[in-house]
Design a protein around this ligand. Structure first.
Ligand code: ZN
Length: 513
């Protein structure tokens, strides 16, 4: 390796480290805002965030950075050059970060920031009044700016791809449509069968008074047992649960408890712990570079869903954890059988609200949003058409029509924030999770009995080995391919849902007479 090449790589690493530091200082400010900051701190915090973002943008878009990346472009793409796999990926991802920042003029970034911060305010008001027209004008402005952003970022097939790529590198609309279509048809079929089942579970066991302090004790026990390292992380309370990382050695989770519903705090916390375990598992050598983050939002979500649903809502998990839970809540759980408890945490019921949806119907909520926002960005539908389109698709996919726009098209904050292309990552997370889960079970055919004995380290070890440590070294499709031997496919999710809920609802296996 020549001295110049070595110097250039060192400069790139130093820049990447500095940018990652700035980003994580920003994360710390956000964490503090959600957990500790007094209400009157808001304007100061907003100014601090703006200053920090400005500094990062200046550093990343400096002319010297472009020259550095140009000099490294050839060695990074030539298989004969002495660059390591990590160095190649670092050049690739730094170039992506640079281009994304450099392609968007400051005026557009400022307009978007203003449009979305005003958009969130009008969205709140519109939602409160359940009146779409209150928000429609602002949303039109946001959509126009996002379409402009997509044009500047560039795409091959559809402008929606440019936005999707921000969250799920390398994934395209063309690839997603058949995946989602298959999942949708199969889910609707499963729902029809579940509706006809004789045994309809109820969740009354969960809806009793559960003391917060004791819930917290149990949640900490669960998180510690599945492998969350409290020496490299913490758990606090907040209005909305989230996970944030200041590096693999400092991962912050939050939870929100409900005094009369055990599942809210518990499964919320397991979900965030899934995100946290991922962040704690990223190779420390990558941590202070742009590769030291999750491969994508979809991969991130696959980790939270895997722990929350595939493990946390499974029979083996509760074979292990119901006895200690019963010790904490002897009155609430007196004479409640294991099977009854597991059925209660797995009730399937089509509903209007995405965030309250169960494991089966959840993806239909996402596919509906994907269908709408894609057409909106492509200009095939207009903002004013959204309520009618929403209600028609709700009827078609879930058999329900919202009584008003608050419980319909106005329920999510995402569009007000300009987050188009974000929703699909939730369902991609479920698809990836099912595929990883299937591969994991192939490795450990006796997994159920070992989980029932509390051997959760088996799962964590496998995920560390195949997913966590790589950070952003590989894009999601390649990462899944490497971990499971196949490109992402929805067939494992469909199979998992059919088997799990078929058995919980006492249905005959598909194909049986
Ligand atoms: Zn999540």
């Amino acid at each position: 390796m020549t001295a110049t090449l070595r110097d250039d790589l060192a400069a790139l690493r130093a820049l990447s480290a500095e940018l990652m530091d700035l980003e994580r200082i920003g994360e710390l400010l956000s964490w503090d805002q959600e957990t500790m900051m007094p209400p009157h701190g808001t304007p100061y915090r907003a100014a601090q965030r703006t200053t920090l973002d400005g500094l990062a943008h200046q550093r990343l878009t400096a002319p010297a950075v472009k020259e550095l990346l140009d000099r490294l472009a050839w060695p990074a793409s030539d298989p004969q050059s002495p660059l390591s796999e990590v160095e190649r990926a670092l050049v690739r991802e730094m170039r992506r970060d640079y281009e994304r920042a450099a392609k968007l003029p400051e005026a557009l970034v400022r307009d978007l920031a203003r449009a979305t911060s005003e958009g969130v305010e009008t969205w709140r008001r519109a939602r409160q009044q359940a009146r779409w027209p209150v928000f429609a004008g602002d949303l039109e402005r946001i959509v126009a700016l996002k379409r402009r952003e997509a044009e500047l970022l560039g795409y091959t097939d559809t402008p929606y791809d440019a936005l999707l790529d921000l969250y799920e590198p390398g994934v395209t609309t063309r690839a997603l449509v058949p995946l989602f279509e298959h999942l949708r048809t199969e889910t609707v079929r499963l729902l029809d069968r579940l509706k006809q089942a004789r045994e309809q579970p109820d969740r009354s066991v969960l809806e009793q008074p559960y003391d917060s302090r004791l819930q917290w004790t149990f949640i900490e026990t669960v998180l510690r047992t599945i492998g969350f390292n409290f020496e490299a992380g913490r758990l606090d309370r907040s209005t909305h649960p989230f996970a944030t990382s200041l590096g693999p050695g400092d991962v912050r989770l939050t939870a929100r408890l409900h005094e009369r519903d055990l599942s809210v705090g518990l499964f919320g916390a397991i979900h965030e712990a899934g995100h946290g375990l991922y962040e704690q598992g990223i190779d420390p050598e990558l941590a202070r570079t742009t590769l030291g983050r999750a491969a994508s939002l979809g991969i991130h979500e696959s980790q939270s869903r895997l722990w929350e649903n595939f493990i946390g809502r499974s029979l083996p998990f509760w074979q292990y954890f119901l006895p200690p839970l019963r010790d904490l809540f002897p009155i609430q759980l007196y004479e409640r059988r294991l099977a009854e408890f597991v059925r209660a945490i797995n009730v399937v019921r089509p509903s209007l609200i995405r965030v309250e949806a169960d494991e089966v119907t959840y993806n239909l909520h996402i596919i509906l949003r994907f269908d709408i926002e894609r057409r909106l960005i492509e200009g095939q539908v207009q903002v004013r058409d959204l309520p009618d389109l929403w209600n028609a698709l709700m009827q078609e996919y879930l058999g329900l029509v919202p009584p008003n726009d608050r419980d319909g098209v106005l329920q999510d904050i995402h569009w007000a924030l300009g987050l188009f292309g974000y929703f699909p990552t939730y369902t991609l997370g479920n698809i990836y999770a099912a595929q990883l889960w299937t591969a994991l079970r192939r490795t450990y055919p006796d997994l159920d009995s070992r989980l029932a004995a509390g051997e959760f380290g088996l799962v964590l070890g496998w995920l560390r080995e195949h997913i966590h440590r790589y950070g952003r070294l590989y894009w999601p499709v390649e990462l899944i391919q490497r971990a499971t031997g196949e490109a992402p496919t929805p067939v494992y999710l469909v199979r998992y849902l059919n088997e799990k809920f078929g058995s919980l609802y006492g249905l005959a296996p598909v194909g049986a007479a």
